[in-house]
Every structure is written in C-alpha cells, then in structure tokens.
Write a protein that binds this ligand. Structure first.
Ligand code: SAM
Length: 293
C-alpha cells in the first residue's frame, strides 16, 4: 500500500513550479485548434481543500501558493486588470487559474494538475488520468469522472502510459509526476518515458523531479538528457538551503521534452520572479537549461 498522499504537500513551492510550467505549456499548445490529449500518469486527488487535516499538518502550501497569495501586489494584480503588467505572464496565468478555484479571493483550495488542466482544456480535449491510491482515485473520479472524453484509470501510470499513446489526434501533453516514494520510481520513469517516446516521438512530455540529496535525484537530469530527445528544456527552481541532516526538499525541476515554441521565453521571465518570491534564507535561485535546435 502506498503511504504517500499529495494532500500533505499540495500547493508547496514544487507544486507552484510544476503548475506554472504545465499551464504555460498547455496554453501554448491550445493555440492550435486540433484536439490535444492530456495524460497525467500520477494524477493525485485532483484538488485539495487546504483546511483539511493532511494539508494543515505540515502547511507546506504556506511556503508556496499561500506565500504568493499573501503578497499585496498579487492581491492587487488579481483584483485590478491594470495592475498586472509588472507580473510575468506565466505567473499571472497561474495565479488567475488558482483564483478560479477560490473565487471570493480567500485561498481555500489548491487545484492539482488534473483540475488545472481541465480548467484550461476545451470540452473536446481528452484526458487520461492514472492514480493508484484508492482514496485519491475516488476523489479524482468524483471530481472529473463525469467530464466528457475523460478516463480515470485506477492503475499504474508507468505501465499504462504506452497504451494511451499516441492519441487519435496525434497531439498530447503527458505529465509524469511520480511521488518517488520508491527508489525504483527513478528507473521506472526512465523506462516508461523511453518507451513512450519510441511510440510517440512528437508528444510533449513534462517530468517533475525533486532536488533532494539522493544519488538518484541528483543523477536524473543527466539521465533524462541522455535519452537524447531532439529538443528539451529543464527549469530548476531552488527555494530552500540544504539541511545538515541530509533530508528535505531544496527545490525541484521540470524537464520538458519537445517544449512548445514560446515556453522557454515565458519561463525565463517567470523563473527569477518565482525564485525571488519563494526562496528562503537566500536560497532562491532559478536555472534554465535548454537544447532547442
Ligand atoms: C506527486 S503526486 C501527484 C500530484 C499531481 N500530479 C498534481 O500535480 O496535482 C503523485 C501521485 O502518484 C500516485 N502514485 C504513486 N505511484 C503511482 C503509480 N505507479 N501509478 C499511478 N499513480 C501513482 C500517488 O498516490 C500520488 O497521488
């Protein structure tokens, strides 16, 4: 039985990076009329009520979306259309999407990747959502199970990915966002991604991974690049100093295979703002590496 529950971490700085990149990639891909499939191999519960016990226990969201929400300039920007120019567009798009789930302006809900994707996709764009934890899968089913063209799979996303690729429209964004609860997740991720790219080379793949002090985590960026995709970018957001005990999350990466045109520029603008807003004790840093021939 899996112990990881995303409710403990929803809305933390890593989620902010992940969801900023996800929303921007979707926004750019949705500029074309042809159907776009969204595949989430590790979808979680879909959305998280922040007042609930699991979210309150560590209150990680207070270092992430909650920290952004408390800023006067953010509140003003969200209330007044003319106060928005000083924000990078990708940050603003993210904040507006979160506001849609908190319409009175009080932060009560941290939308997860499936909720955010459903918010920006068109009704005709399919969703394939995988989630193994039975309770989170039930929540996800309740939230999105009745959406048209949507399948919630109570199944292993690493194993299930290849069966949903390529989609009929041959356009898809795949988010791979494991919990890395098991060391084997690193190797399974690489194997699933390699197989997916062999079947569907033109898909857009987004991989989230944590910056922790383990060998697997430190080597993953290099191993993702060694898959030798034609085009990729990696956005790293560092927000916390290394701890003496060797535990804890210092930051995270979003690795994007086949990034849509415009994503690199949008992230170059948004990243430094996020590092400044979310960094603690001088640790805020944004790094963007890209190979875009
Ligand atoms: C980091 S959370 C997902 C968060 C979500 N993508 C978001 O951004 O809102 C990872 C999820 O993967 C689930 N999970 C773990 N191993 C899995 C697997 N092999 N297949 C599908 N889901 C898995 C966990 O139960 C957890 O809910």
């Amino acid at each position: 039985m899996l112990a990881y529950r995303h409710a403990f971490h929803a809305g933390n700085p890593a989620d902010v990076l992940k969801h900023v990149v996800l929303l921007q990639a979707l926004r750019l891909l949705l500029a074309k009329p042809k159907a776009l499939s969204f595949v989430d191999t590790h979808a979680g519960a879909g959305s998280y009520a922040l007042a609930e016990r699991m979210s309150q226990r560590l209150a990680e969201y207070m270092e992430g979306v909650g920290r952004l929400w408390q800023r006067d300039d953010v509140r003003t920007a969200l209330q007044q259309a003319d106060g928005t120019q000083r924000f990078p567009q990708a940050v603003l798009d993210y904040l507006r999407a979160v506001l849609a789930f908190n319409p009175d302006g009080t932060l009560r809900v941290a939308p997860g990747s499936p909720a955010l994707a459903a918010h920006v996709l068109r009704d005709t764009d399919p969703m394939q959502l995988f989630e193994l934890h039975p309770a989170d899968c039930r929540s996800l089913q309740g939230l999105l199970g009745r959406r048209r063209h949507t399948t919630v799979h109570p199944a292993d996303g690493f194993a299930g990915l290849k069966a949903v690729l390529p989609p009929p429209s041959r356009r898809a964004l795949v988010l791979i966002d494991p919990s890395y609860e098991l060391d084997a997740d690193y190797a399974r991720l690489l194997a699933a991604l390699r197989e997916a790219v062999e079947r569907f080379a033109t898909g857009v793949y987004l991989v989230w991974y944590p910056h922790v002090q383990s060998l697997e985590s430190r080597g993953l960026g290099r191993r993702l690049r060694a898959l030798a995709p034609a085009a990729w970018l990696e956005a790293q957001l560092w927000t916390a100093p290394a701890r003496a005990d060797g535990f804890g999350l210092m930051g995270s990466s979003m690795f994007v295979l086949n990034p849509p045109f415009g994503l690199e520029q949008a992230l170059r603008e948004a990243g430094p703002w996020l590092a400044d807003a979310l960094g603690r004790d001088g640790a805020g840093r944004f790094v963007l590496d890209a190979h875009l021939p």
